[in-house]
Design a protein around this ligand. Structure first.
Ligand SMILES: [Fe+2]
Length: 257
């Protein structure tokens, strides 16, 4: 940070410095850290403020191409998250405003969004399970701030089950699709851990909070009409492996016929 401060303070005239001492020091530090991050002067052991974090995210995500070097891409984001100052007002406001408004479902605060990425705060009561679903053409990084979550990641296997048409009691017809999923990873994530998924690895997942949990959740790119419409929810039979094949499960997903 000194690099930025020294340069800027030398430029200051006496009257501007006098005005500065009454200015919002926190805002000034944020500005300085953001500029330093942009110029590559960020200190490794210094908690990264929110503005600097977003600036780095913009830089990282702008150069990411869907499906290319995505493991490296999510690793970079994970490294950045570990540096983030979790006392940032944007995050703290989400903590402070928490109310369990939706029984049996997590609460979601969208902290920041732009085309190339979005950052959310998710807050779960124990047992507010998110069943199996995917995020097509997106990478995701989940970073628990408090609590503990069991996250399972799956990959879609090639299969050729026939498509069936089912009619619900309300008369609406659905196309029932059958798929095979392979469990790639099952892990308990706690404070400081990072879970990742890419377009091609572990994109299908489920989340079970084993206690009250708060997590930062990042997607790159952000949700848009195309990737949102392509997302699926799976019903997975986890009671047994499909035809005895280790970690392979039969799953079904529906769409309007
Ligand atoms: Fe998800």
């Amino acid at each position: 940070m000194e690099n930025f401060h020294r340069r800027e303070f030398i430029k200051m005239s006496a009257w501007s410095f006098a005005g500065l001492v009454t200015a919002d020091l926190d805002q000034l530090i944020r500005f300085g850290q953001k500029a330093n991050a942009t110029n590559g002067f960020f200190r490794e052991n210094e908690p990264m403020n929110w503005d600097a974090f977003l600036t780095e995210m913009q830089r990282i995500c702008a150069r990411h191409q869907v499906g290319r070097h995505s493991k490296r891409h999510v690793r970079r984001i994970a490294d950045l998250l570990r540096k983030l100052d979790l006392k940032a007002p944007a995050i703290q406001a989400g903590f402070d405003g928490y109310q369990n408004d939706r029984p049996d479902w997590f609460e979601h605060d969208l902290l920041h969004t732009e085309v190339n990425f979005q950052v959310s705060l998710l807050q779960f009561e124990k047992g507010e399970y998110i069943p199996h679903h995917d995020h097509p053409a997106m990478c995701g990084v989940v970073f628990p701030v408090n609590g503990e979550l069991e996250v399972k990641n799956y990959d879609l296997l090639p299969s050729d089950f026939p498509v069936e048409i089912e009619v619900a009691p309300d008369g609406i017809s659905y196309q029932k699709n059958t798929a095979l999923l392979r469990l790639g990873q099952s892990e308990l994530l706690r404070k400081g851990d990072v879970g990742t998924l890419t377009e091609e690895a572990g994109n299908i997942h489920s989340v079970m909070p084993t206690q009250f949990s708060q997590v930062l959740d990042i997607f790159t790119p952000a949700y848009n009409e195309v990737n949102e419409a392509a997302a699926r929810w799976y019903q997975v039979d986890e009671t047994a492996f499909y035809e005895g094949k280790k970690d392979v499960y039969r799953a079904e997903w529906y769409k309007n016929a």
